[in-house]
Design a protein around this ligand. Structure first.
Ligand SMILES: Nc1ncnc2c1ncn2[C@@H]1O[C@H](COP(=O)(O)OP(=O)(O)O)[C@@H](O)[C@H]1O
Ligand SMILES: [Mg+2]
Length: 232
């Protein structure tokens, strides 16, 4: 990335605590977590299963609320968005990648991408061209007319990345994106995401328990016992 490109703050967590349940059945998942997520970086959120990685991603996306503390998304407190505004924000500025990719099996690769473009109101004449460009960008134009059940895991993950960035998302949230893959394929997806963060000056947050991903991250955050630690 050109060093003159200005990084901006996409997410600001301010003393976040998340507690599930009440009284004797209380689980304190996150304790007083503060952090700022900037563009131009891939941030790896590492931690054992049950440490709160998914919880933290859902808080950032405004899908759940913190018990105490504030989450600011695009420089505005999440509490100040209406549910409709939050929904719009997720559709237009955030991309999601899940462990199982959640592609629509009855649609071809290109249609899986086109769905997103239509949903955000891209003019009809531009949808197909933009979807084609996205498939080219991730070297999967040959999958265009294929359906997900006929694809390898590695191919599915590329379609999932193309779909996640179709809205030119400023923030990508990936939850265990390498979980169902062989290691070589796992590294492939994280490289694609790292390039996206760097070249497009976007913020990518990847949650994983896989320590082998650390070398692809600009920043590593470790969640354990409810605390967030920055690692070198
Ligand atoms: N909706 C929920 N209600 C109650 N407990 C939950 C809920 N979601 C997650 N938890 C608990 O919070 C902890 C963290 O879960 P999670 O965020 O899924 O961790 P990770 O993604 O790191 O595996 C776990 O102990 C889990 O059982
Ligand atoms: Mg999880």
């Amino acid at each position: 990335m050109n060093s003159s490109i200005k990084k901006s703050r996409i997410v600001h967590l301010n003393r976040i605590t998340k507690i599930y349940g009440t009284n004797e059945h209380k689980t304190i998942v996150l304790q007083q977590i503060s952090f700022q997520f900037l563009t131009g970086e891939l941030i790896l959120l590492i931690g054992p299963s049950g440490s709160g990685k998914t919880t933290l991603l859902t808080l950032i996306a405004g899908l759940t609320k913190p018990t105490t503390g504030t989450v600011s998304l695009f420089e505005r407190n999440i509490e100040h968005y209406t549910p409709m505004e939050l929904q719009q924000l997720r559709a237009k500025r955030i991309g999601f990648i899940f462990q199982t990719f959640l592609l629509i099996d009855s649609l071809t690769a290109i249609e899986n991408v086109e769905v997103v473009l239509r949903f955000i109101g891209k003019p009809k004449k531009d949808v197909h061209l933009r979807a084609t460009q996205l498939l080219n960008r991730f070297h999967i134009e040959y999958l265009s007319r294929r359906f997900p059940p006929t694809m390898s895991q590695g191919e599915k993950q590329r379609v999932a990345v193309a779909r996640a960035v179709a809205n030119n998302a400023d923030l990508i949230l990936a939850d265990e994106p390498t979980g169902s893959l062989e290691s070589k394929q796992g590294f492939d997806i994280i490289r694609l995401l790292q390039t996206y963060a760097k070249e497009q000056n976007k913020c990518v947050i990847v949650a994983s328990h896989d320590l082998r991903l650390v070398e692809y991250a600009d920043q590593i955050l470790r969640l354990e016992d409810g605390m967030l630690r920055e690692m070198d």
